[in-house]
Design a protein around this ligand. Structure first.
Ligand code: NAD
Length: 387
């Protein structure tokens, strides 16, 4: 079986889906590995490093013609989809939910598509394939480092002959994987950290990292299914924004990481809250997206400064800004999933398996994922097994 790494083409994407260490692991399992020339360049991985690990360097055309499985970090672009062969597999963080037309295009291309961002995270055997967590850990770390770099004062308490600097007060909003890593990193840099989440069960994790958990009196628990948050009602949202504004104004740095599956990120820091912040304050908005983020006025991929001197960093795709670490972790997730899916030298799709049912989006010309019912090809046969 031939597994092939495509060079990522999304703007600013520097990660690569396999690193040489993962190539060695796949070779040991008798898989051939092709790597598109230059695929590792953004993560400082040369073609030679891949060949030394047992891969062959190939052109995109050769890969499209011969690969059985194409592995990627993000989505294939239009050109890549046009070059796919029927029966080929494509694996990546495809983010298909909320975009049924993308899944239909993959089905029409006849590819078996597998999305790493849909790994059922609570299955113990899926832990090592959990790309959302590995990349969120990196992004959370980088958000705290970026905040420290942007802030015009110290994070730690510093006593010098030229004066004493008080430690920075950092507030982390949203304490999932990224938020907890941001808390740990800000603490290691010496900041005094507080945090808030609509899932009160995160309190013990926050406190175990040495931060203070903020409890709002106006909003109760919004724990949803599967460890995620549910969307707030309009009244809850308003009450949350109003009460949070007072806390935000008392902090020098705010890092926002709040997400609700399948929805645009909730707005936590309003324009009103921004106005109450002191000049020189910094916000890193990890929820920043084209649809808007956790912070009013944040722009994905851009840094804006408000009239009252608050710097808002619209931090989109932070994992890609640490491409060596992010690629190494992602490659471990990807190679674990590949080795799980391959039986006797071929990809063995078995939709009766709960892990596979979570990640396989299209197979044999149909959209088969339970969350993306196929209106064209008839009802998805999610219980059937096929090879
Ligand atoms: P996420 O990226 O979906 O969201 C980030 C955080 O934002 C969450 O903690 C969420 O509660 C919070 N949030 C959403 N709306 C909010 C609002 N209005 N105000 C404040 N906070 C808000 O979360 P994630 O990092 O992907 O983690 C989701 C869950 O998955 C967590 O419970 C995590 O522990 C769990 N998880 C479990 C495993 C495992 O079992 N092995 C692995 C990874 C993650």
């Amino acid at each position: 079986m031939k597994v092939a790494v495509l060079r990522e083409t999304a703007p600013g994407e520097r990660r690569v889906s396999l690193v040489p260490e993962a190539v060695t692991k796949l070779r040991a399992a008798d898989l051939e590995v092709l790597v598109e020339s230059g695929a590792g360049g953004g993560a400082w991985l040369s073609d030679d490093a891949f060949t030394e690990a047992g891969a062959s360097i190939a052109t995109r055309g050769e890969i499209q013609q011969t690969a059985d499985a194409i592995v990627m970090v993000g989505r294939p672009d239009d050109e890549a989809i046009a070059g796919f062969r029927q029966g080929q597999a494509v694996l990546g963080m495809l983010a298909p939910l909320g975009d049924p037309s993308f899944a239909r295009r993959l089905a029409e291309a006849g590819v078996t598509s597998v999305s790493l961002d849909l790994i059922p995270r609570t299955l113990p055997r899926a832990q090592q394939m959990d790309a959302l967590s590995s990349q969120a850990n990196i992004a959370g770390y980088k958000a705290a480092v970026l905040a420290a770099d942007t802030f015009g004062r110290f994070f730690p308490l510093l006593i010098t002959a030229a004066g004493t600097a008080r430690p920075a007060k950092v507030l982390v909003l949203g304490t999932g994987v990224a938020g907890l890593q941001a808390i740990g990193t800000a603490r290691r840099l010496g900041a005094v950290v507080s945090a808030y989440d609509v899932r009160p069960e995160t309190k013990t994790e926050v406190e175990s990292l040495g931060a203070t958990f903020i409890e709002l009196t106006s909003v109760g628990s919004a724990s949803g299914e599967g460890g995620y948050a549910r969307a707030l009602t309009e009244e809850e949202r308003q009450a949350q924004q109003d009460e949070l504004a007072g806390h935000i104004a008392r902090h020098d740095v705010v890092i926002t990481t709040a997400q609700v599956p399948g929805r645009r990120p909730p707005l936590l820091v309003t324009g009103h809250a921004l106005k109450a912040m002191a000049p020189g304050s910094v916000i890193v908005d990890m929820g920043a997206s084209a649809l808007g983020g956790n912070v009013a006025g944040s722009q994905a991929g851009e840094t804006v400064v408000t009239e009252n001197g608050v710097t808002i960093v619209g931090a989109a795709n932070l994992a890609s800004t640490m491409p060596a670490a992010a690629s190494a972790m992602y490659a471990r997730n990807m190679s674990s999933l590949l080795l799980y899916l391959v039986k006797d030298g071929a990809l063995a799709v078995d939709l009766s398996d709960d892990l596979q049912r979570g990640v396989v989006i299209t197979h044999e010309g149909r959209v088969v994922h339970p969350a993306l019912a196929d209106p064209v090809g008839g009802p998805a046969d999610v219980d059937g097994a096929s090879h």
